[in-house]
Ligand binder design. Sequence first.
Ligand code: PEP
Ligand code: MG
Length: 752
Amino acid sequence: MAISVSAPRQLLRRLREVMAEQESTQVRLNKVVVLIASNMVAEVCSLYLRRRDDSLELVATEGLAAKAVHNTHLKRGEGLVGLIAEEAEAMQFPDAQSHPAFSYRPETGEEIYHSFVGVPVLRGGDAIGVLTVQNRTHRQYTDEEVEALQTTAMVIAEMLSSGEFFGPEGVPSGARDEPLRYEVMRLAEGVALGHAVLHEPPVLVTKLIAEDVELEQRRLAQAIDELTGMIDAMLERGDMARAGEHREVLEAFRMFADDRGWRRRLEEALQTGLTAEAAVQRVRNDTRARMMRQTDAHSRDRLHDIDDLSNRLLRLLSGGAGTAASGSLPSDAILIARTMGAAELLDYDREKLRGLVLVEGGASSHVAIVARALGIAAVSQAKGILENIEAGDAVIVDADAGELHVRPTPEVVAAYSDKVRFRARRQAQYAALRSVPAVTLDEVKIDLRINAGLLFDLPHLEESGADGIGLFRTELQFMISSTFPRLDQQTRMYKSIFDAAGNKPVVFRTLDVGGDKVLPYFRAEKEENPALGWRAIRMALDRPALFRTQIRALMRAACGRELRLLLPMIADVSELREARALIDKEVAILRRHGKQEPKRLLVGAMVEVPALLWQLDEVMPLVDFISVGSNDLMQFMFAADRGNEKVAHRFDSLNRAGLRALRSIVEAGERHQVPVTLCGEMAGTPLEAMVLIALGFRSISMAPASVGPVKAMVLSLDVGEAREKLNSLLDEPTASLRDELRAFAAEKGVQV
Ligand code: PEP
Ligand code: MG
């Protein structure tokens, strides 16, 4: 006997009334099963919920023996109920008892019922229970009946997830209670203990049952239109403003939004009497459940797309609630996001941010750079985190060890509290060195400078006690801006940097964009090998107007102070000549307009393309200083992509080939009396910094957090001894000198 189309809606309406009653959980559950049984003209309706041990417990029934309630437990995968939970799929059996999976439970008295239909109670694609209906006769349940049962199951799931039905022994919670540990990739160093904040909080669907089905249909249609419009606009703009939100992701969204099957399922869910929000949630759950059972990685990856798309749709339906940045944050917030743009991270109250956890995003992504500048621990590649975390969960981010703990056990928390205290003590020791000059045991003064790129890096100059800014990556300001900064904006920006640095020198590197450093508003062609592509000085010389605007802004901002310019990615001495000619033109304009010239203009070149190693004697006379970009120099020398974890660690920075190259640069500098400094990541590790000083570097530039540890090393170093040791090793045939140099440091008590 089929039920009429209006029956599901009636059922939902009645369900809502029952849910609203001020009764105990059990009483309401009992009423729910009676309601379903009568609505579906069935003798039996039962609800099973998953317990912590993964078994399914009969929690309410109409028709089966009352004594079985809370006493019948089915082990994982046991019986038809177990099968439905396992498959997370609706199933029906006209003759249940003849099915091989049927598990006979005498206490239930169910042997007299032949036909059986069951649907999973889904949460986040996970079956947290099973709702069943049984009839004495051999019968086939119609699609509408199964559909109505699924909708009811969804309403029950939502009620359960809002905590309404949980008793103290309360049943399902699934994996979300377990402590989890992930291996992750470091984006910004540090260890943070705090509580999860979901960057894009899932929209809580509170109103499930429609009052006016047509109204809900119109709301949904409008939201889908808006959503596809948004995606189209992003695709058209080639919108890269959100790092990581690449074309493929947008195209996947578009595909889903256009998918007829998806739209049909939404429509069907609406027909059963759900609100637009509940319909989206319902279809999301079903799709997730289906996809989670597929084993290929591609289908599982699509889960993100469905979640994202559904969340966006829910946000549109609920009036476009923004990201968590607009809400209130705990004082120890650890942000969790799939991807995030640098600007979005800046929207948060930095006082409350402790850590950042991303699913996607590389160490050189913009958001990583901003996280470093903010001084928060940040990690990426936390695959699966979004499915296993809820806002407010305790989280520990150990970026240094590449570990992430969700809902850690008390033992893990205790171990980390110790680690954090230890780090704090060490930081206090470094802070005590702040105003101690970095002079070695044999009286050699070493200039320690910081790398910076954003305005909030500037307080680090004072805090770290560094001698200046050895590398100001001007492109970072451009990367977090939504339009190309105009001359006056750039001038203001640079002026505030000069002002903040006071008497300490700042080396401004001219725009190093291109390659992976994408400006959202600057369309460039897709390149096969972006690191070797149209970037940095190459772009500057091909688009001299951009370069000259920047030089002009810097000269204006210097306003009579000393200006140090650093030119990135020089591969041929002719590029240096060309760039200098453009700089000279700007000086001439400044003079012509009677504007104040910089007190002193120093122009330097970065040595980061190996070809320059054989032009050093031509380069030196054209520059006032040299800065070695060891990140790129080593990447190109060893042909090993610096951003690719698989190869980045293959070639040690203390490899003798690399060190010989560095030695030749220092020697050329000495021959031509040109100061040579190094601003790659190498400078920030005490052992590497020791080697650089032994090679003859007297100035190095590093991340602000490295100044303390490197200074402690300098204070315990005898350069003469280190140089002697290094020279004896450089001509040895060993590839990496790391072990010998570490042994030397240990023997001499150098703090590395
Ligand atoms: C380098 O290449 O070493 C460098 C300092 O520049 P960046 O890391 O910005 O490429
Ligand atoms: Mg570089």
